[in-house]
Design a protein around this ligand. Sequence first.
Ligand SMILES: [Fe+2]
Ligand SMILES: [Fe+2]
Length: 287
Amino acid sequence: MAKQVDSKTILKRLERIDDLPTLPVIAMEVNRLLMDYNTSIKELAETIEKDQAIVPKLLKLVNSAFYGFQSRVGNLSKAIVLLGFNTISNALTSLSVIEAFSSSRGNENLNMIDFWIHSVSVAVISRNLAEKLRLSSPEDAFTGGLLHDIGKVILSQFFPELFLKVYQGAIQDGLSFYEAEKKTIPITHARIGSFLAKKWQLPDSLIDVIRCHHSIRKNVADYDLLCVVHVADIIDHTFITKGNKDFNLPVMNNDAARLLKPVLNSLPEWLPELRKKIEEACGFFLK
Ligand SMILES: [Fe+2]
Ligand SMILES: [Fe+2]
């Protein structure tokens, strides 16, 4: 019988893989600058401008319907003043991650188009939940939603035999991907994704969202953010992807459900608007 690998062995193997997707140095530097209260607008703009390819993409995003400015934002410094450091840094991380994974082809069991549609959808839902409830930063929520399942891509790309086991297990036993992972392999996409996020030096709040989006914990860097993404993921699976018409919410973490209760109650009225926003965001990010 083949020797069972454990999670440590898998993470060690991951550590040694040279062609793991990388986040551009600029994005990491910006995340670092953000943690320093003395960083000036000039310093931040100059750092981002070192990557000339990203500047027009950032400005395009800033000028998209997504941020809803009436007049055109023509340069980076103005964008930083209008949107703030945190928003710019999140926009940069989001664009960089999509870019970093643009050459990932997935495999016959992971359709990358579906993967990104789900990710952008959870990002938009998270952002809107955070906005409506004034819970955590809407921009952090967007990035958290966008990245929450990133470990699935790594699993499919670098451990295709494990991915296949999970995929088959999920179909055979009618389980969710996460449940099938726990049943059939020694690691989860949540753990793998958080490993990558750590390597990318993303903020702790994002690492925690990726690691705990299926299993909420209280001792995380941003508990509200974690709950927002957890619920957004469930909303997407239930109402957007599967298009359920009845509004019985499936099982979700009790504390998260309590925290988000005010918006969950108004979800039926809110859903058409949400669908429109998801479509717009997919149009922008997944062209
Ligand atoms: Fe997940
Ligand atoms: Fe998900």
